[in-house]
Design a protein around this ligand. Structure first.
Ligand SMILES: O=c1ccn([C@@H]2O[C@H](COP(=O)(O)OP(=O)(O)O)[C@@H](O)[C@H]2O)c(=O)[nH]1
Ligand SMILES: O=C(O)[C@@H](COP(=O)(O)O)O[C@H]1O[C@H](CO)[C@@H](O)[C@H](O)[C@H]1O
Length: 264
């Protein structure tokens, strides 16, 4: 397991497209998470006032002049954090948060400790049921089945974007899968690289996708991107054989660390 460094700091990275309404409260709440010394908002070509609202709330802001999608914003954010990491201190942990969490973003604090203490390489938030959510589990099911086939793991919320990970883990997951495939691709890449992941319940509220036309279009885009991320990995052979992960898959328990390889 990784060396534990209690002095290690955490950078929050927030990809944000047209989030002027909620970004200020998300930034303020993120700054209150213990060990966080940098909140970086990547304005992904917003047409509203996201960048100024974020800056006024205390974030460092960088901006894509055109919209490039969530995954691209995450990569930009991680690069900017790397430029700001000190040479004589451990690299910051990266804590990715969606911009629409508002005040509840502080509820991501429990994601930090298991990574900071070296128990796992990446934690993923499990959200409570969200008011107004209208999904039928189609995209979530595709993501979960695909991750299970490649690695044996059956996460409860494979699409959850709130994730804390080490710099080494982030590098093992780059280049990231495009758009909405980013979480599924990252989970597969990390487990194939031998990393340990853990889902952690967090008391969060976000803008749930409803069942109207806009919601269904959003899910269609998510489905397309998840399928592309999975197929790209299948074609490149980024997957493990069931023989490799059989023991881990059998013993997995919700909320416990998961590593696909047998632990010696
Ligand atoms: O082109 C885009 C689309 C979305 N986002 C950000 O990605 C995060 C997740 O997006 P959203 O909440 O719309 O999706 P959900 O996770 O609810 O499916 C949010 O912070 C968005 O502002 C982005 O940076 N670029
Ligand atoms: O919009 C939704 O309800 C699902 C995707 O739709 P499905 O219900 O899987 O068809 O995706 C969301 O759910 C996740 C929780 O499992 C969130 O963490 C995702 O951010 C969100 O996109």
């Amino acid at each position: 397991m990784r060396q534990v460094r209690t002095s290690q700091r955490v950078a929050v990275v927030v990809p944000a497209k047209d989030e002027a309404e909620r970004i200020a409260s998300t930034v303020r709440a993120a700054r209150a998470i213990p060990h966080v010394d940098l909140v970086l908002v990547v304005d992904d070509g917003s047409e509203d006032d996201t960048q100024h609202a974020a800056r006024n709330a205390g974030a460092v802001v960088v901006r894509h002049s055109v919209n490039r999608g969530k995954a691209s914003a995450m990569e930009t954010g991680a690069s900017v954090v790397a430029m700001r990491d000190a040479e004589d201190a451990p690299n910051r942990l990266l804590l990715f948060l969606d911009a629409d969490l508002g005040d509840s973003a502080v509820g991501c604090a429990p994601l930090v400790t298991p990574v900071l203490e070296g128990h796992v390489d990446c934690t993923i938030a499990v959200l409570p049921p969200q008011a107004g959510a209208g999904g039928r589990g189609v995209v979530t099911g595709l993501a979960r089945r695909s991750i299970a086939r490649a690695t044996g793991w059956q996460p409860a919320q494979p699409l959850s974007g709130q994730r804390c990970l080490t710099r080494e883990a982030f590098e093992a997951a780059t280049p990231l899968a495009r758009g909405w495939g980013v979480e599924t691709g990252m989970t597969i890449d990390l487990l194939v690289a031998g990393m340990a992941l853990q889902e952690v319940p967090c008391d969060l509220r976000h803008r749930a996708t409803s069942n109207d036309l806009a919601g269904q279009l959003h899910r269609a885009g998510q489905y397309r991107d998840v399928a592309m991320a999975v197929n790209a990995r299948r074609m490149r052979g980024v997957r493990l054989s069931p023989d490799t992960y059989a023991a881990s898959a059998d013993q997995q328990q919700p909320g416990q660390p998961y590593s696909a390889y047998p632990r010696g």
